[in-house]
Ligand binder design. Structure first.
Ligand code: PEP
Ligand code: MN
Length: 349
């Protein structure tokens, strides 16, 4: 349960609530908000009735959380989480959707990366994405340039001002990746790598958490919960497609409904990745549009300066001219949706 203290609650009143909860075996986290102190209590509520807590001095409200993901839940925080970067870029809430654009892997061709970054910047995109450490299904495939790629990303950031999104695969690389990344990506295959989630939970950089290919929405939100429980509340959820039974035309099934479902049950920002979500270049535009229409806070797209030569995911990458065209149509859609606010579901369950 969640205990919201009165605005004027004293430290003694907060302590007596905490003590009572701990005496009854609850695990307690105290959040000192700007206005209210909120106490998160994890435990068996049959041992302590919420009415007893409600009766204590300084307690404004006791809320029962219906879902196992607590910190990520709308029950705990009704308003959307907005993540703000040093340069003023914001993700979530009423802010316009953001774009995370770039090659699947950062390759040993800085000029190619820069070409993508410059184009993305000129269009008004906010983030350059690119993997330095790549999870590959086959051990024989290119698995990233490591630190050299991070240095290329940093250089492209210096030239364009774009924020950097790059994947962390192993907790031992956390400090290295944090040195270069503005957003740490946790890839789909690592969505339930709980030690890795814990390590990014302890750092201060925002995290893009990609949905596991065979994960339920509840498991996805619980993975975000692991990061938040360890101290990092800046989590962006990325719907990137799940395994279907028919891979003859699409690599994955981009679960569009997951966007409004997550928005209903969680306050965290959600983005869609139609590149991995479909595996097909021609499906990027329609599925990005679908994601935006149902309320996504951003789109991640693979863009390569020469997709036919890409070392990974070329088939689901747009060339720079293709991206320019797609972007302009997505941007018109965003302006319409934004002005008319037509992407919010209005019926109750
Ligand atoms: C990627 O973003 O290039 C990537 C490997 O994504 P995912 O973890 O969703 O497969
Ligand atoms: Mn990729």
């Amino acid at each position: 349960m969640i205990i919201i203290m009165e605005r004027i609650a004293t430290q003694e009143q907060i302590s007596s609530v905490v003590n009572l909860l701990e005496e009854h075996g609850f695990q307690v986290i105290v959040h000192e908000g700007d206005v209210h102190t909120v106490i998160d209590a994890l435990g068996d509520k049959t041992t302590l009735s919420p009415h007893r807590i409600e009766a204590l001095d300084g307690v404004k409200q006791v809320k029962l959380i219906r879902e196992p993901f607590r910190l990520a839940s709308r029950d705990r925080k009704a308003e959307d989480t907005v993540i703000t970067f040093d340069n003023g870029v914001k993700i979530g809430g009423a802010n316009k959707p953001v774009f995370m654009v770039g090659p699947c892997s950062v390759e040993d061709d800085y000029e190619g990366l820069l070409e993508v970054a410059v184009a993305a910047k000129e269009l008004g995109c906010q983030f350059l994405r690119g993997g330095a450490f790549k999870p590959r299904t086959s051990p024989y495939d290119f698995d990233g340039l490591g630190e050299k790629a991070l240095k290329y990303l940093a250089k492209a950031k210096e030239e364009t001002g774009l924020l950097i999104v790059t994947e962390l695969m192993d907790a031992t690389d956390l400090d290295l990746v944090c040195e270069y990344a503005d957003v740490i990506q946790i890839g789909a295959r690592n969505m339930q790598n709980f030690r890795l989630l814990k390590s990014v939970g302890k750092c201060s950089k925002p995290v893009v958490l990609k949905r596991g290919p065979a994960s339920t929405i509840r498991e996805f939100l619980l993975a975000a919960e692991h990061i938040m429980y360890n101290g990092n509340e800046k989590v962006i959820l990325c719907e990137r497609g799940i395994k279907g039974f028919d891979s003859s035309f699409t690599r994955n099934v981009l679960d569009i409904a997951a966007v409004p479902v997550i928005k209903k049950y969680s306050h965290l920002p959600v983005i869609v990745d139609p590149s991995h979500g479909t595996g097909q270049r021609y499906l990027i535009e329609p599925m990005a549009k679908a994601g935006l229409v149902v309320g996504a806070d951003g789109v991640m797209v693979e863009v390569h300066h020469n997709p036919s030569q890409a070392l990974s995911d070329g088939k689901q990458s747009l060339s720079i001219p293709q991206f320019k065209e797609v972007f302009s149509r997505l941007n018109s859609l965003i302006n319409t949706l934004h002005l008319e606010k037509i992407n919010q579901p209005s019926l109750a369950e």
